[in-house]
Design a protein around this ligand. Structure first.
Ligand code: ADP
Ligand code: MG
Length: 674
């Protein structure tokens, strides 16, 4: 019996070599192959000259009206010229370096020629001569690698379709297909690969996208609903939590209260928490984490907080120690730089539960670190960690509740795709009294003219960050760049103000010394490579200057900008950039015109595409085969709503209409899916 699960090697003509080449394209079984859709088509349908736009690739049908001539020029280069009569219009046709075509173009012959049309010159730059087999067809173009050719892949797919078309069943429930006019899968697959017309191809693509989005969403939603009753239920005393909130140095914002409620609710339930906390820079995520940690420790469990850099981990350790100064909580800081002797002393105390709160970097997830009862793990700036690191922390305890925090607002589109299995809490409000940061973009050549403005800030007793990104391949060159900028600031201000330099090559003691000097205002200007990107909190700093600003992601720039404007004073951000492209210039304009992290990341996504914004490997962002989560957002939303609706019915799996769907989803989710 044929089955779509059959290996591609079951096909005639697919031996070990081709199997390997296909496997490189992630094609292993017949179903993979059938779903390996073309990414575009060559349209061989004959068109009327009037309907063709300039530079369009088209097929013309006409009669050869002149003897073809070949002119040689340079070394081994030549051009073939011939006139083609199309509906009484003479078209000049040229072929480069294909002199042998001359024989196929005798005067008076009717031919089909595919090429690029130039409307002004009434000419066609020929690509190939078509035979009647190609006539009026759309030809699929696939992504291939160097081990397999277009035509070979096409033949293999054709072969698979012919032998297996009877096995193709619809995974989508019929009612859903009817509701959204989705074609049957067998037809979708046929028309994607071998469309009879542009319209067929378009309709098939629409259905294929829906199939893909819906199945993806079903996987997420069913994963989400599976996670029940396997978490640690934290039984804290809400009176104690409330009195803790009362003694905080500020009043919580409504947004903070709302997300704290959501998190505390999750913590006391036996459903394992898996929650993403999103909040713009400066929105006050730390105190939310503090309350979750407090509830966890009150319930007799340990909590861990993992940050992406040593500086940030240390800052968290200090500020949390301050939050908990009246409570009997043992806090440990564990980073890559923790001395061996200190580590030796800490690890057993973590393992026997004496330490209540462990703050650190990646060091927290090393194999040697064992926890006693880890009730809550918090990941700060979670987008800076890889999927595996997040997973490792989660697995340090059984049923450990997870809170991932991020200031990089994930655009709605991406939130649906990459974090669909997490619950999301959003802090959509800044603490009161913050003024929006004023942002300007200037060219590097204009920098000198901004010096008086900078001096003004300093004269008022305020402090300034100066950031330079990684620009060159080599760290040495970047260092030099930062050093140059540092020296030029020193030159400009040396008699009045102190300038410090912070870069990645420094060891931790040096970094901390500089950071502390800045915090205590012994340094007024801090020049830094991107190490200050996350987290640090100096409320007297009112200006952020970013060199080569176009080398940053917009969300990163927004985060950098969020380092200022933390006190009551008006703050400023000066972007210095000479972008080489129009998109680059538009991105700078986005920064100048918006202070809203969500808007910025959505715009960045539109301008650059998802891969660039998040970095595919670290976002864990799924790659869709046909669907585009940005352009097809509406459809993605609909697919999500339908999937949620289905999964919300307890017995959905036993409904006969969903039998195939349930099988497929369960099978797919058995494979790793993080
Ligand atoms: P982020 O969300 O970027 O991590 P933080 O938690 O570091 O922000 O908070 C930024 C600053 O705002 C800190 O100095 C913090 O003490 C302060 N803060 C947090 N919540 C409030 C509030 N409700 N009112 C006033 N200040 C607050
Ligand atoms: Mg923070």
């Amino acid at each position: 019996m044929n089955s779509l699960d059959d290996s591609v090697s079951a096909l005639k003509g697919v031996g070990l070599k081709k199997q390997e080449a296909l496997s490189e394209l992630q094609i292993n079984n017949i179903f993979d192959l059938l779903l390996y859709y073309p990414f575009r088509y060559e349209d061989f349908q004959v068109k009327n000259i009037d309907d063709i736009s300039d530079q369009e690739k088209v097929t013309l049908k006409g009669t050869i009206a002149s003897e073809p001539t070949v002119v040689h020029y340079g070394r081994r280069r030549n051009i073939l010229n011939v006139r083609l009569l199309v509906n009484n219009i003479v078209i000049k046709v040229t072929f480069f370096n294909q002199p042998w075509l001359k024989k196929q173009l005798p005067v008076g012959e009717d031919v089909l020629i595919y090429g690029r049309f130039d409307k002004n010159r009434s000419s066609l730059s020929g690509i190939k001569i078509l035979t009647s087999i190609n006539n009026n067809k759309m030809s699929s173009i696939y992504k291939v690698n160097k081990h397999i050719r277009q035509t070979t892949l096409k033949d293999i797919i054709k072969n698979a379709y012919e032998n297996y078309q009877k096995c193709i069943q619809d995974i989508l429930p019929t009612s859903l297909r009817k509701k959204y006019k989705i074609e049957k899968l067998a037809k979708v697959i046929h028309d994607m690969h071998f469309p009879g017309s542009k319209r067929d191809a378009m309709l098939a693509r629409r259905s294929a996208k829906f199939n893909e989005f819906f199945i993806f969403q079903m996987r997420l939603q069913s994963l989400k609903s599976n996670k029940t009753n396997n978490g640690i239920a934290l039984k804290y005393n809400s009176n104690i939590i409330n009195s803790f909130i009362k003694q905080l140095p500020f009043n919580l914002t409504d947004a903070q209260k709302k997300v704290i409620d959501e998190i505390l609710y999750d913590l006391q339930s036996s459903r394992q928490m898996n929650r993403l906390l999103q909040g713009d820079v400066g929105s006050g995520k730390t105190v939310v984490a503090v309350l979750a940690i407090y509830a966890c420790i009150q319930s007799g469990y340990q909590a861990a907080l993992m940050a992406p850099t040593e500086i940030l981990a240390e800052q968290h350790a200090n500020s949390l120690a301050n939050f908990f100064k009246n409570d009997n909580i043992n806090i440990a800081l564990l980073t890559g730089d923790t001395k061996l002797s200190a580590r030796k002393e800490l690890l057993p105390r973590i393992e026997n539960g004496e330490i209540n709160l462990i703050i650190g970097t990646h060091a927290l997830i090393q194999d040697a670190v064992n926890y006693d009862k880890l009730g809550l793990a918090i990941i700060d700036e979670q987008h800076r960690f890889g999927v595996n690191q997040r997973k490792k922390l989660r697995e340090k305890g059984i049923g450990t509740n997870i809170l991932a925090m991020t200031a990089t607002p994930i655009p709605r589109t991406l939130a649906i795709t990459s974090y669909g299995e997490m619950d999301v809490s959003i802090i959509d409000q800044l603490p009161s009294g913050r003024q929006p940061i004023k942002t300007a973009w200037i060219r590097e050549s204009q920098f000198k003219s901004s010096l008086p403005f900078i001096k003004n800030r300093l004269n008022k007793g305020e402090q300034i960050y100066v950031v330079t990104p990684l620009v060159e391949e080599s760290e040495a060159v970047d260092m030099k760049n930062a050093v140059n900028i540092y020296e030029s600031f020193q030159k400009s201000f040396e008699n009045y103000y102190n300038v410090g330099l912070l870069h990645g090559k420094m060891n931790d003691d040096e970094k901390n010394k500089i950071m502390n000097d800045f915090k205590e205002n012994r340094l007024q200007i801090l020049v830094s490579t991107t190490v200050i990107e996350v987290g640090v909190d100096v409320s007297n700093a009112t200006m952020m200057i970013v060199f080569n600003a176009d080398h940053f992601g917009l969300s990163q720039l927004h985060q950098l900008r969020g380092r200022v404007g933390r006190g009551g004073q008006q703050s400023y951000c000066l972007l210095i950039a000479d972008p080489k492209t129009e998109v680059g210039a538009k991105r700078m304009d986005v920064m100048v015109n918006s202070n809203d992290g969500f808007v910025i990341s959505q715009k960045d996504l539109e301008l650059r595409g998802p891969g660039d914004v998040m970095g595919k490997s670290q976002s864990g962002l799924p790659e869709f085969n046909v669907g585009d989560p940005v352009a097809d957002l509406t459809m993605l939303n609909i697919a999500q709503q339908e999937a949620i609706l289905i999964v919300s019915k307890k017995s959905w799996q036993s409904n006969p209409e969903n039998k195939l769907l349930a099988n497929y989803i369960n099978h797919a989710n058995e494979k790793i899916f993080d």
